[in-house]
Write a protein that binds this ligand. Structure first.
Ligand code: NAD
Length: 383
Protein backbone atom coordinates (compact mmCIF):
# COMPACT_ATOMS: atom_id res chain seq x y z
CA UNK A 1 0.00 0.00 0.00
CA UNK A 2 1.26 3.50 -0.83
CA UNK A 3 0.39 6.31 1.57
CA UNK A 4 0.85 9.82 0.22
CA UNK A 5 1.06 12.35 3.02
CA UNK A 6 1.13 16.12 2.51
CA UNK A 7 2.47 18.12 5.46
CA UNK A 8 3.53 21.72 5.97
CA UNK A 9 7.24 22.59 5.62
CA UNK A 10 9.60 22.37 8.61
CA UNK A 11 10.41 25.56 10.57
CA UNK A 12 12.78 27.89 8.68
CA UNK A 13 15.46 27.24 11.31
CA UNK A 14 15.11 23.48 11.01
CA UNK A 15 13.18 20.73 12.77
CA UNK A 16 13.21 21.45 16.54
CA UNK A 17 15.52 19.53 18.81
CA UNK A 18 14.10 21.05 21.99
CA UNK A 19 10.69 22.39 22.94
CA UNK A 20 9.40 25.22 25.15
CA UNK A 21 7.79 22.71 27.53
CA UNK A 22 8.67 19.16 28.55
CA UNK A 23 5.21 17.64 28.44
CA UNK A 24 1.58 18.26 27.54
CA UNK A 25 -1.45 17.37 29.65
CA UNK A 26 -2.81 13.89 29.03
CA UNK A 27 -6.42 14.07 27.92
CA UNK A 28 -8.31 10.79 27.63
CA UNK A 29 -11.85 12.01 26.94
CA UNK A 30 -13.39 15.04 25.26
CA UNK A 31 -16.03 17.13 27.10
CA UNK A 32 -18.93 14.91 25.95
CA UNK A 33 -17.13 11.72 27.05
CA UNK A 34 -16.01 10.69 23.53
CA UNK A 35 -12.59 9.02 23.90
CA UNK A 36 -9.46 10.61 22.40
CA UNK A 37 -7.76 8.42 19.74
CA UNK A 38 -6.94 4.87 20.75
CA UNK A 39 -4.32 3.42 18.38
CA UNK A 40 -2.63 0.22 19.55
CA UNK A 41 0.69 2.12 19.77
CA UNK A 42 2.34 5.39 18.77
CA UNK A 43 5.91 6.03 17.63
CA UNK A 44 6.18 9.62 18.81
CA UNK A 45 6.16 11.63 22.01
CA UNK A 46 3.02 13.79 22.37
CA UNK A 47 4.17 17.41 22.31
CA UNK A 48 6.60 16.94 19.41
CA UNK A 49 6.17 18.72 16.08
CA UNK A 50 4.39 16.09 13.98
CA UNK A 51 2.54 18.13 11.35
CA UNK A 52 5.63 19.25 9.41
CA UNK A 53 7.48 17.17 6.84
CA UNK A 54 10.14 15.82 9.24
CA UNK A 55 7.48 14.98 11.86
CA UNK A 56 5.77 12.64 9.35
CA UNK A 57 2.79 12.40 11.72
CA UNK A 58 4.87 9.73 13.44
CA UNK A 59 3.83 7.21 10.77
CA UNK A 60 7.00 6.01 9.01
CA UNK A 61 8.05 3.16 11.30
CA UNK A 62 4.49 1.86 11.65
CA UNK A 63 3.92 1.76 7.88
CA UNK A 64 7.36 0.57 6.75
CA UNK A 65 7.53 -2.27 9.31
CA UNK A 66 4.35 -3.61 7.71
CA UNK A 67 5.81 -3.36 4.19
CA UNK A 68 3.97 -0.22 3.09
CA UNK A 69 5.40 2.85 1.37
CA UNK A 70 5.12 6.32 2.90
CA UNK A 71 5.73 9.38 0.73
CA UNK A 72 5.79 12.68 2.61
CA UNK A 73 5.91 16.02 0.83
CA UNK A 74 4.93 19.65 1.24
CA UNK A 75 4.95 20.20 -2.53
CA UNK A 76 1.24 20.04 -3.24
CA UNK A 77 0.13 22.61 -5.82
CA UNK A 78 0.27 22.54 -9.61
CA UNK A 79 0.65 19.72 -12.15
CA UNK A 80 4.41 19.35 -11.53
CA UNK A 81 4.07 19.06 -7.76
CA UNK A 82 5.29 15.94 -5.97
CA UNK A 83 1.69 15.41 -4.78
CA UNK A 84 0.28 15.32 -8.29
CA UNK A 85 3.11 13.12 -9.57
CA UNK A 86 2.74 10.59 -6.72
CA UNK A 87 -1.07 10.54 -6.77
CA UNK A 88 -1.81 8.09 -9.63
CA UNK A 89 -0.67 5.01 -7.66
CA UNK A 90 -1.47 6.20 -4.12
CA UNK A 91 -3.88 4.03 -2.09
CA UNK A 92 -4.26 6.51 0.76
CA UNK A 93 -3.93 10.31 0.89
CA UNK A 94 -3.42 12.20 4.15
CA UNK A 95 -3.34 15.97 4.53
CA UNK A 96 -4.02 18.65 7.10
CA UNK A 97 -6.43 21.55 6.53
CA UNK A 98 -3.58 23.93 7.50
CA UNK A 99 -1.63 22.95 4.38
CA UNK A 100 -4.35 21.27 2.37
CA UNK A 101 -3.74 18.91 -0.52
CA UNK A 102 -6.64 20.03 -2.68
CA UNK A 103 -8.15 16.79 -3.97
CA UNK A 104 -10.21 18.16 -6.84
CA UNK A 105 -12.47 16.21 -9.17
CA UNK A 106 -9.69 16.26 -11.80
CA UNK A 107 -7.10 14.91 -9.37
CA UNK A 108 -9.50 12.22 -8.13
CA UNK A 109 -9.99 11.12 -11.74
CA UNK A 110 -6.21 10.55 -11.98
CA UNK A 111 -6.02 8.72 -8.64
CA UNK A 112 -7.24 5.36 -9.87
CA UNK A 113 -6.11 3.38 -6.79
CA UNK A 114 -7.20 5.87 -4.14
CA UNK A 115 -9.60 4.39 -1.60
CA UNK A 116 -9.05 6.44 1.57
CA UNK A 117 -8.51 10.18 2.12
CA UNK A 118 -7.76 11.16 5.71
CA UNK A 119 -7.92 14.69 7.09
CA UNK A 120 -5.37 14.98 9.88
CA UNK A 121 -7.55 17.51 11.65
CA UNK A 122 -11.17 18.54 11.18
CA UNK A 123 -12.87 19.93 8.06
CA UNK A 124 -12.60 17.92 4.86
CA UNK A 125 -13.75 20.54 2.35
CA UNK A 126 -10.32 20.46 0.63
CA UNK A 127 -11.40 17.08 -0.72
CA UNK A 128 -14.15 17.25 -3.38
CA UNK A 129 -16.68 15.21 -1.40
CA UNK A 130 -19.08 14.67 -4.30
CA UNK A 131 -16.27 13.33 -6.50
CA UNK A 132 -15.07 11.16 -3.59
CA UNK A 133 -18.57 9.68 -3.26
CA UNK A 134 -18.72 8.91 -6.97
CA UNK A 135 -15.25 7.32 -6.91
CA UNK A 136 -16.04 5.19 -3.84
CA UNK A 137 -13.36 6.90 -1.72
CA UNK A 138 -13.80 6.91 2.06
CA UNK A 139 -13.11 10.33 3.61
CA UNK A 140 -12.41 10.44 7.34
CA UNK A 141 -11.29 13.13 9.78
CA UNK A 142 -10.29 13.12 13.45
CA UNK A 143 -13.45 14.43 15.08
CA UNK A 144 -12.88 16.43 18.29
CA UNK A 145 -9.04 16.32 17.91
CA UNK A 146 -8.60 20.09 17.79
CA UNK A 147 -12.07 21.47 18.54
CA UNK A 148 -10.97 22.85 21.92
CA UNK A 149 -7.74 24.18 20.37
CA UNK A 150 -9.84 26.20 17.92
CA UNK A 151 -12.33 27.33 20.56
CA UNK A 152 -9.47 28.74 22.65
CA UNK A 153 -8.10 30.53 19.58
CA UNK A 154 -11.50 32.00 18.70
CA UNK A 155 -11.96 33.38 22.23
CA UNK A 156 -8.44 34.82 22.07
CA UNK A 157 -9.26 36.51 18.75
CA UNK A 158 -12.55 37.96 20.00
CA UNK A 159 -10.68 39.61 22.89
CA UNK A 160 -7.82 40.60 20.56
CA UNK A 161 -10.20 42.57 18.35
CA UNK A 162 -12.49 44.07 20.96
CA UNK A 163 -9.56 45.17 23.20
CA UNK A 164 -7.50 46.39 20.20
CA UNK A 165 -4.57 44.22 21.29
CA UNK A 166 -2.45 43.96 18.10
CA UNK A 167 -2.14 47.73 17.42
CA UNK A 168 -1.34 48.32 21.11
CA UNK A 169 1.38 45.63 21.01
CA UNK A 170 2.79 47.29 17.88
CA UNK A 171 3.08 50.66 19.69
CA UNK A 172 5.27 48.98 22.32
CA UNK A 173 7.60 47.11 19.97
CA UNK A 174 7.96 50.24 17.86
CA UNK A 175 9.17 52.14 20.94
CA UNK A 176 5.98 54.12 21.66
CA UNK A 177 3.67 54.65 24.64
CA UNK A 178 0.66 56.03 22.80
CA UNK A 179 -2.16 55.26 25.16
CA UNK A 180 -4.79 57.41 23.43
CA UNK A 181 -4.01 55.79 20.07
CA UNK A 182 -4.39 52.36 21.64
CA UNK A 183 -7.57 52.94 23.61
CA UNK A 184 -9.53 54.92 21.05
CA UNK A 185 -10.59 51.60 19.50
CA UNK A 186 -10.67 49.53 22.71
CA UNK A 187 -13.85 48.26 24.43
CA UNK A 188 -14.93 45.81 27.12
CA UNK A 189 -16.48 42.57 25.93
CA UNK A 190 -18.72 42.54 29.02
CA UNK A 191 -22.37 43.16 28.16
CA UNK A 192 -21.93 42.62 24.40
CA UNK A 193 -24.10 40.27 22.34
CA UNK A 194 -21.94 37.46 21.00
CA UNK A 195 -23.21 34.90 18.51
CA UNK A 196 -21.86 31.70 17.00
CA UNK A 197 -22.77 30.31 13.60
CA UNK A 198 -22.75 26.56 14.12
CA UNK A 199 -23.03 25.21 17.66
CA UNK A 200 -21.22 21.95 17.08
CA UNK A 201 -18.16 20.85 19.03
CA UNK A 202 -16.24 24.11 18.51
CA UNK A 203 -19.23 26.48 18.64
CA UNK A 204 -20.47 24.98 21.93
CA UNK A 205 -16.96 25.10 23.40
CA UNK A 206 -16.73 28.80 22.49
CA UNK A 207 -20.10 29.51 24.12
CA UNK A 208 -19.02 27.63 27.25
CA UNK A 209 -15.77 29.62 27.47
CA UNK A 210 -17.48 32.97 26.91
CA UNK A 211 -20.24 32.48 29.47
CA UNK A 212 -18.12 33.71 32.44
CA UNK A 213 -17.46 36.98 30.57
CA UNK A 214 -21.04 38.11 31.33
CA UNK A 215 -21.98 38.53 27.68
CA UNK A 216 -25.33 37.79 26.04
CA UNK A 217 -24.92 34.59 24.04
CA UNK A 218 -26.69 33.65 20.78
CA UNK A 219 -26.40 30.91 18.15
CA UNK A 220 -27.84 29.55 14.96
CA UNK A 221 -27.47 25.99 13.72
CA UNK A 222 -29.40 23.63 11.49
CA UNK A 223 -29.72 21.38 14.56
CA UNK A 224 -31.15 23.09 17.63
CA UNK A 225 -29.38 22.23 20.89
CA UNK A 226 -31.35 20.36 23.58
CA UNK A 227 -33.28 22.74 25.85
CA UNK A 228 -31.18 21.86 28.91
CA UNK A 229 -27.96 22.69 27.03
CA UNK A 230 -29.39 26.05 25.92
CA UNK A 231 -30.35 26.77 29.53
CA UNK A 232 -27.01 25.68 30.95
CA UNK A 233 -25.14 27.94 28.51
CA UNK A 234 -27.73 30.71 28.76
CA UNK A 235 -27.77 30.96 24.96
CA UNK A 236 -30.57 32.18 22.69
CA UNK A 237 -31.38 30.24 19.50
CA UNK A 238 -31.97 32.07 16.19
CA UNK A 239 -33.66 30.20 13.35
CA UNK A 240 -31.44 31.83 10.73
CA UNK A 241 -28.15 33.66 10.43
CA UNK A 242 -29.82 36.94 9.51
CA UNK A 243 -31.76 37.21 12.77
CA UNK A 244 -28.53 36.28 14.61
CA UNK A 245 -26.31 38.93 13.04
CA UNK A 246 -28.87 41.73 13.50
CA UNK A 247 -28.58 41.57 17.29
CA UNK A 248 -24.90 40.67 17.74
CA UNK A 249 -21.82 42.80 18.32
CA UNK A 250 -19.47 39.85 17.75
CA UNK A 251 -19.92 36.85 15.45
CA UNK A 252 -17.73 33.75 15.61
CA UNK A 253 -18.12 31.30 12.72
CA UNK A 254 -17.96 27.56 13.45
CA UNK A 255 -19.87 25.73 10.70
CA UNK A 256 -18.16 23.62 8.01
CA UNK A 257 -17.75 24.92 4.47
CA UNK A 258 -20.36 23.28 2.27
CA UNK A 259 -22.86 24.25 -0.41
CA UNK A 260 -25.12 25.87 2.22
CA UNK A 261 -22.40 28.02 3.85
CA UNK A 262 -20.17 29.14 0.96
CA UNK A 263 -20.22 32.97 0.74
CA UNK A 264 -22.75 33.15 3.58
CA UNK A 265 -21.15 36.35 4.85
CA UNK A 266 -21.57 38.41 1.69
CA UNK A 267 -22.11 42.15 1.32
CA UNK A 268 -25.87 41.79 1.86
CA UNK A 269 -25.58 39.86 5.14
CA UNK A 270 -22.77 42.08 6.44
CA UNK A 271 -24.92 45.16 5.72
CA UNK A 272 -27.52 43.75 8.16
CA UNK A 273 -24.99 43.64 11.02
CA UNK A 274 -24.70 46.50 13.53
CA UNK A 275 -22.15 49.09 12.39
CA UNK A 276 -18.86 48.32 14.12
CA UNK A 277 -19.46 44.57 14.53
CA UNK A 278 -16.58 42.10 14.72
CA UNK A 279 -16.28 38.80 12.84
CA UNK A 280 -13.99 35.98 13.91
CA UNK A 281 -13.70 33.18 11.39
CA UNK A 282 -11.73 30.09 12.34
CA UNK A 283 -14.02 27.85 10.25
CA UNK A 284 -13.23 28.27 6.55
CA UNK A 285 -12.34 31.38 4.53
CA UNK A 286 -14.87 30.83 1.77
CA UNK A 287 -17.77 31.10 4.22
CA UNK A 288 -16.98 34.83 3.91
CA UNK A 289 -16.88 36.78 0.65
CA UNK A 290 -13.25 37.88 0.49
CA UNK A 291 -13.81 41.31 -1.02
CA UNK A 292 -16.95 42.06 1.00
CA UNK A 293 -14.87 41.65 4.19
CA UNK A 294 -12.21 44.06 2.90
CA UNK A 295 -14.85 46.62 1.92
CA UNK A 296 -16.70 46.38 5.24
CA UNK A 297 -13.45 46.97 7.16
CA UNK A 298 -12.62 49.93 4.95
CA UNK A 299 -16.03 51.56 5.45
CA UNK A 300 -16.17 50.77 9.18
CA UNK A 301 -19.24 48.54 8.84
CA UNK A 302 -16.98 45.96 10.50
CA UNK A 303 -14.73 47.20 13.33
CA UNK A 304 -12.51 44.15 13.03
CA UNK A 305 -12.01 40.76 11.37
CA UNK A 306 -9.83 37.97 12.71
CA UNK A 307 -9.33 34.32 12.01
CA UNK A 308 -6.83 31.85 10.70
CA UNK A 309 -8.45 30.48 7.57
CA UNK A 310 -7.66 31.68 4.05
CA UNK A 311 -8.27 30.66 0.48
CA UNK A 312 -6.15 29.38 -1.09
CA UNK A 313 -3.69 28.13 1.49
CA UNK A 314 -1.01 29.31 1.48
CA UNK A 315 -2.41 32.64 0.22
CA UNK A 316 -0.47 34.65 -2.37
CA UNK A 317 1.50 37.71 -1.23
CA UNK A 318 -1.14 39.99 -2.74
CA UNK A 319 -4.08 38.41 -0.88
CA UNK A 320 -6.03 41.48 0.34
CA UNK A 321 -6.58 40.01 3.82
CA UNK A 322 -2.87 40.47 4.51
CA UNK A 323 -3.22 44.24 4.16
CA UNK A 324 -6.82 45.17 5.05
CA UNK A 325 -7.37 47.52 8.03
CA UNK A 326 -8.22 46.36 11.57
CA UNK A 327 -7.57 42.67 11.06
CA UNK A 328 -5.87 40.23 13.39
CA UNK A 329 -5.29 37.29 11.06
CA UNK A 330 -2.83 34.46 11.68
CA UNK A 331 -1.85 31.67 9.31
CA UNK A 332 -4.04 28.57 9.71
CA UNK A 333 -2.68 27.49 13.09
CA UNK A 334 -5.49 27.29 15.63
CA UNK A 335 -6.04 23.56 15.21
CA UNK A 336 -2.36 22.65 14.93
CA UNK A 337 -1.00 23.32 18.41
CA UNK A 338 1.53 20.74 19.58
CA UNK A 339 -1.25 19.49 21.88
CA UNK A 340 -3.64 18.99 18.93
CA UNK A 341 -0.98 17.40 16.72
CA UNK A 342 -0.47 14.57 19.20
CA UNK A 343 -4.19 13.81 19.08
CA UNK A 344 -4.64 13.94 15.33
CA UNK A 345 -1.44 11.99 14.63
CA UNK A 346 -2.76 9.28 16.99
CA UNK A 347 -6.16 9.52 15.26
CA UNK A 348 -4.59 9.00 11.82
CA UNK A 349 -2.72 5.98 13.18
CA UNK A 350 -5.98 4.62 14.63
CA UNK A 351 -7.74 5.00 11.26
CA UNK A 352 -4.85 3.32 9.38
CA UNK A 353 -4.78 0.44 11.87
CA UNK A 354 -8.52 -0.08 11.35
CA UNK A 355 -8.17 0.14 7.58
CA UNK A 356 -5.29 -2.34 7.41
CA UNK A 357 -6.94 -4.80 9.79
CA UNK A 358 -10.36 -4.56 8.12
CA UNK A 359 -11.97 -3.12 11.26
CA UNK A 360 -14.58 -0.34 10.96
CA UNK A 361 -13.38 3.25 11.38
CA UNK A 362 -15.23 5.05 14.21
CA UNK A 363 -18.50 6.30 12.75
CA UNK A 364 -17.87 9.78 14.21
CA UNK A 365 -14.70 10.05 12.07
CA UNK A 366 -16.46 9.34 8.78
CA UNK A 367 -17.33 12.14 6.37
CA UNK A 368 -17.94 10.07 3.22
CA UNK A 369 -18.31 6.29 3.18
CA UNK A 370 -19.80 3.85 0.69
CA UNK A 371 -20.78 6.58 -1.74
CA UNK A 372 -22.61 8.87 0.67
CA UNK A 373 -22.18 11.29 3.55
CA UNK A 374 -21.68 9.34 6.78
CA UNK A 375 -20.92 9.99 10.46
CA UNK A 376 -19.93 13.60 11.13
CA UNK A 377 -20.36 14.27 7.40
CA UNK A 378 -24.04 13.28 7.46
CA UNK A 379 -24.62 15.45 10.54
CA UNK A 380 -22.70 18.59 9.58
CA UNK A 381 -22.21 18.75 5.80
CA UNK A 382 -24.38 19.21 2.72
CA UNK A 383 -23.24 18.28 -0.79
P1 NAD B 1 -19.04 19.87 14.21
O1 NAD B 1 -19.42 18.95 13.12
O2 NAD B 1 -19.04 19.37 15.61
O3 NAD B 1 -19.97 21.18 14.19
C1 NAD B 1 -20.36 21.84 13.03
C2 NAD B 1 -21.72 22.46 13.29
O4 NAD B 1 -22.05 23.32 12.21
C3 NAD B 1 -22.84 21.40 13.39
O5 NAD B 1 -23.57 21.58 14.56
C4 NAD B 1 -23.68 21.69 12.15
O6 NAD B 1 -25.04 21.39 12.32
C5 NAD B 1 -23.44 23.19 11.97
N1 NAD B 1 -23.81 23.68 10.65
C6 NAD B 1 -23.67 23.09 9.43
N2 NAD B 1 -24.19 23.87 8.48
C7 NAD B 1 -24.66 24.98 9.08
C8 NAD B 1 -25.32 26.15 8.61
N3 NAD B 1 -25.62 26.30 7.30
N4 NAD B 1 -25.67 27.10 9.51
C9 NAD B 1 -25.41 26.94 10.84
N5 NAD B 1 -24.80 25.84 11.33
C10 NAD B 1 -24.42 24.87 10.46
O7 NAD B 1 -17.59 20.41 13.82
P2 NAD B 1 -16.57 21.24 14.71
O8 NAD B 1 -15.56 20.33 15.31
O9 NAD B 1 -17.32 22.16 15.58
O10 NAD B 1 -15.82 22.03 13.52
C11 NAD B 1 -16.52 22.96 12.74
C12 NAD B 1 -15.66 23.46 11.59
O11 NAD B 1 -14.56 24.22 12.08
C13 NAD B 1 -14.99 22.35 10.76
O12 NAD B 1 -15.86 21.80 9.80
C14 NAD B 1 -13.83 23.09 10.13
O13 NAD B 1 -14.23 23.68 8.92
C15 NAD B 1 -13.51 24.17 11.15
N6 NAD B 1 -12.25 23.85 11.87
C16 NAD B 1 -11.21 24.73 11.78
C17 NAD B 1 -10.02 24.45 12.41
C18 NAD B 1 -8.87 25.42 12.39
O14 NAD B 1 -7.75 25.02 12.66
N7 NAD B 1 -9.09 26.68 12.10
C19 NAD B 1 -9.88 23.25 13.13
C20 NAD B 1 -10.97 22.41 13.25
C21 NAD B 1 -12.15 22.70 12.59
Amino acid sequence: MKVLCVLYPDPVEGYPITYARDSIPKIERYPDGFPTPTPKAIDFKPGELLGSVSGELGLRRFLEERGHTLVVTSDKDGPDSVFERELPDADVVISQPFWPAYLTKERIAKAKKLKLAITAGIGSDHYDLKAAMEAGITVAEITWCNSISVAEHAVMMILTLVRNYIPSYKWVVNGGWNIADCVSRSYDLEGMDVGVVGAGRIGRSVLKRLKPFDVKLHYTDQHRLPKEVEEELGVQFHPDVESLVRVCDVISIHCPLHAGTENLFNEKLISKMKRGSYIVNTARARICDRDAIVKALETGQLAGYAGDVWFPQPPPMNHPWRWMPNHAMTPHISGSTLSAQGRYAAGVREILECWLEGRPIRNEYLVVHEGKLAGVGAHSYKV
